[in-house]
Design a protein around this ligand. Structure first.
Ligand code: MBD
Ligand code: FE
Length: 248
């Protein structure tokens, strides 16, 4: 971001803050309580979660009107950079608890042309709603990995059905959610980032029809437009999910 753009935005943030202070008569004591609250949230490991719960979805929604292809969703606080390529699309280890789920579909452009050599980076919570690398009780790297599409653009991901995710409700983020009358639940979801040379990188999430939290996502990200039916199949479930990328 250019320095002049940063400057213009910061000036507007200060102006918005001035209006907030005047509207609510925010005191010096309250100002310092708020600063300490944010620092404590960071110290308790919620530095990415706290802003994400309230702000990222607004940014994503605002971009939507000018974008084509599969709808975007928030990145969320639990992505890691260096997940491995899964040669056989096996995201869940054989001993990963949970109901087996195959996600399958095609990566294509907005005209329907299949895209080879797209990389799709998947990550999700386990059957107890926990993310590896952030919950010390979960094996590092579990339920994280990438696939690369072959020439027909088709992919299959072998995983388990994730549980809905509960934002830690006793921590700072949970307390703010409670103060504004939101429950701490996100609908069950699978995160992905699809990238391909010549195309805009897509960050999104897959949701499932019938999820009780689809219309009340605590972070106000989920949409029924990205909710798909979980079909019964031998040994588990399948979900069909095609990915459409817009030219860069
Ligand atoms: C999550 O799992 C998530 O996806 C988001 C966006 C915020 C908090 C937890
Ligand atoms: Fe998530």
């Amino acid at each position: 971001m250019s320095e002049s753009r940063t400057g213009a935005i910061v000036l507007d943030i200060i102006e918005a803050w001035k209006q907030l202070v005047e509207k609510h008569g925010i005191t010096q004591q309250e100002y310092w309580d708020a600063v300490k609250f944010i620092v404590a949230a960071v110290e308790q490991g919620e530095g990415y979660l706290l802003p994400d719960a309230f702000l990222e979805a607004i940014v994503v929604r605002n971009q939507e009107a000018s974008q084509q292809g599969t709808l975007s969703q928030i990145l969320g606080p639990y992505h890691i950079e260096d997940a491995p390529i899964l040669p056989d699309g096996k995201l869940a280890a054989d001993d990963e608890p949970g109901e087996r789920l195959t996600v399958r579909g095609i990566v294509r452009d907005v005209d329907g042309k299949p895209l080879s050599d797209a990389i799709v980076d998947f990550w999700q919570a386990d059957a107890e709603g926990r993310y590896s690398n952030f919950d010390p009780a979960v094996k590092k790297g579990a339920l994280r990995g990438k696939i690369r599409t072959p020439s027909d653009g088709q992919y299959q991901l072998h995983t388990i059905v994730p549980a809905p995710y509960m934002i830690p409700h006793k921590g700072p983020t949970g307390r703010v959610l409670e103060a504004i009358g939101r429950h701490p639940w996100r609908p069950a979801h699978i995160h992905l980032i699809a990238s391909r040379e010549g195309y805009r990188t897509l960050t999104t999430q897959i949701y499932f029809d019938g999820d009780q939290y689809l219309d009340s996502d605590s972070v106000r990200g989920a949409t029924r437009d990205l909710a798909y039916p979980l079909e019964s199949a031998p040994g588990g479930k399948t979900v069909d999910f095609n990915i459409e990328l817009e030219p860069a």
